[in-house]
Design a protein around this ligand. Structure first.
Ligand SMILES: NC(=O)C1=CN([C@@H]2O[C@H](COP(=O)(O)OP(=O)(O)OC[C@H]3O[C@@H](n4cnc5c(N)ncnc54)[C@H](OP(=O)(O)O)[C@@H]3O)[C@@H](O)[C@H]2O)C=CC1
Ligand SMILES: O=C1O[C@H](COP(=O)(O)O)[C@@H](O)[C@H](O)[C@H]1O
Length: 518
């Protein structure tokens, strides 16, 4: 297994970072703060430059002022050392450029030559496309045609989601990018793969004698993955109303989480080995063969008016920039199966939605009960053992086991033992974008998605979207602030299971050994 700590300390190689979409929301909220955190931690040395690119005019001074404001608002480090700040900011320049105009790219090549000399950069180029996806192809062509790919160093293209709208459009996009960049030069961001606890899944699984021997259908009854959000669509209706939860969260983040849980152990932690295993897991997802199967296994919902923590909330169709007759789903739940030796017969229940009661990302692995409840059959039904991986906002794991109730013969008490990473390390762990930018800067592609993974995920999702076009199943409304359409409980009840509480919502009868959930 890769020595993660050793890897982590390696500074990114000297490079020019081109931030396309530098005046946009993603740059402001995530990318500028990530660059500053990396600089603070010595993961960006002095041999780098950042060129902000977008159409609107900005002087370098205005751009640096935007940078400072964004860091003040969103970064986990403060820019409180003025000398250090000046040094950092001096690496940033801005150039107004329209992606559709190749002449701008020629000018960019001239600017780059100056930056290489000024900061002693060995010709390495990292192009970050924080842009609408329809611009990914044109940027790539103009980078090539404008002479931006001719230096002696490496070229890397980092692209944001969504990668297409369906398999066909994703293929077209990939074909465009492949005319300019090799697959190993393309870093497709799925920011869930940059989350600490998502990366921890492989360590928990493969570095503990406890788990891997039990990680199969002989011992696991079901797996539950929840990606719930309290926010609504906010100001992103223009994008979201065309996308919906299936394309916004399931095709990418949910499929990646599922693959990390379900994959076979890779023989090495080389990026390609891990990605080979993830793609095999995705390939073994049982495709829904008909709209009846989709109807029986999938639930799609949309939030209506409701309330959360006493605050009234409007329905999705009342949101600005959303079509008032919109049929877009803001909630998705499904029962899926993987047809392979390890997982045959084990249901994976997945759910994600907006305007749910809590913000949480959590995986619950429910184990099968001990064979015959010989000792306790007439006294208690034993609660199943659980392994819970808490990804966000709290990071950690806990296991739920059965123990003897002190002082009472043969009475069993469920107890939970917790490793609360956030409590021990604080919530000041690296942001996903920080980690991924750092990885891209040092050529570590493990936590970026490869084309074949993306294609497999689209193939699975497209069948669901196809059934939905025939209105199967119908869209169900749920009150904002609730856990989604009522049928979601039934999905598990049909198999004799139920959703376990998430976000540390303790069950009444469980004793917590390490303080309890936060
Ligand atoms: N915001 C977020 O939290 C997330 C965003 N993403 C993805 O990241 C990408 C960017 O999102 P976001 O920052 O929110 O989008 P914004 O709409 O906020 O920003 C888009 C950027 O593109 C620039 N731009 C648009 N057209 C051109 C053009 N012809 N030439 C040059 N620049 C252009 C705009 O600048 P100007 O108008 O000055 O040209 C602006 O800087 C999208 O793919 C999105 O899906 C993914 C996950 C989360
Ligand atoms: O990619 C996206 O993710 C966010 C949720 O991310 P998280 O890190 O806060 O869990 C989601 O709100 C957004 O709709 C989606 O585009």
């Amino acid at each position: 297994m890769t020595d993660v700590s050793k890897h982590d300390s390696i500074a990114a190689e000297g490079a020019v970072y081109y931030l396309f979409g530098a005046t946009g929301d993603l740059a402001r909220r995530k990318l500028f703060p990530a660059l500053f955190s990396l600089y603070k931690e010595g993961k960006l040395a002095e041999d780098f430059a950042v060129v902000g690119l977008a159409r609107r005019p900005r002087t370098n001074e205005q751009f640096r002022a935007d940078l400072l404001e964004s860091i003040g608002e969103f970064c986990r480090y403060k820019a409180d050392d003025s000398q250090q700040w000046e040094r950092f900011a001096s690496h940033f320049v801005y150039m107004s450029l329209d992606i559709n105009n190749v002449d701008g790219f020629r000018e960019l090549a001239r600017l780059t030559a100056d930056l290489d000399v000024k900061f002693d950069i060995p010709g390495n180029r990292l192009f970050y496309l924080a842009l609408a996806p329809e611009l990914f192809g044109p940027v790539s062509f103009n980078l090539r045609d404008g002479g931006m790919l001719e230096s002696k160093g490496w070229n890397r293209l980092v692209i944001e989601k969504p990668f297409g709208y369906d398999l066909e459009s994703a293929r077209k996009l990939n074909a465009q990018l492949s005319q300019v960049f090799k697959e190993e030069e393309i870093y497709r961001i799925d920011h869930y793969l940059g989350k600490e606890m998502v990366q921890n899944i492989q360590v928990l699984r493969f570095a503990n004698a406890f788990f891997e021997p039990l990680w199969n259908n002989k011992h696991i009854a079901n797996v539950q993955i929840t990606l719930s959000e309290t926010v609504g669509v906010e100001e992103r209706g223009g994008y979201y109303d065309k996308s919906g939860a299936l394309r916004d969260m399931v095709q990418n983040h949910m499929m990646q989480m599922l693959a990390m849980i379900a994959m076979e152990p890779p023989s090495r932690l080389h990026p390609e080995d891990l990605r080979d295993e993830k793609v095999k897991a995705l390939r073994s997802l049982r495709p829904f063969a008909s709209s009846e199967e989709v109807k029986a296994n999938v639930i799609r919902g949309q939030y209506a008016g409701g309330e959360l923590n006493g605050k009234p909330l409007s329905g999705y169709r009342e949101e600005d920039s959303v079509n008032p007759q919109s049929e877009t789903e803001t909630y998705f739940a499904a029962r899926v199966h993987l047809d392979n030796f390890r997982w045959a017969g084990v249901p994976f229940y997945i759910r994600t939605g907006k305007r749910l009661p809590v913000k949480t990302t959590e995986v619950v692995v429910e184990f099968k009960n001990v064979p015959d409840n010989i000792l306790f059959a007439h006294r208690h039904d034993l609660a199943p053992n659980l392994l819970v991986i808490r990804v966000n906002p709290m990071e950690g794991i806990y296991i739920k086991i059965n123990a003897k109730k002190p002082g009472v013969d043969n009475v069993v008490q469920p107890v939970s033992m917790e490793f609360c990473q956030s409590c021990m390390i604080g919530i000041n762990t690296p942001e996903a974008y920080e980690r991924l930018l750092h990885d891209a800067g040092r050529g570590e592609s493990t936590y970026f998605t490869r084309w074949d993974e993306v294609a497999e995920a689209w193939a699975f999702v497209d069948r669901i979207a196809e059934a939905w076009r025939g209105n199967s199943p119908a869209l169900e409304l749920y009150p904002a602030g609730s856990w989604g359409p009522a049928r979601v409980e039934q999905l598990l009840a049909e198999d004799g299971f139920h959703w376990w509480p998430v976000n540390g919502q303790a069950e009444d009868n469980v004793i917590w050994i390490s303080g309890g959930p936060k």
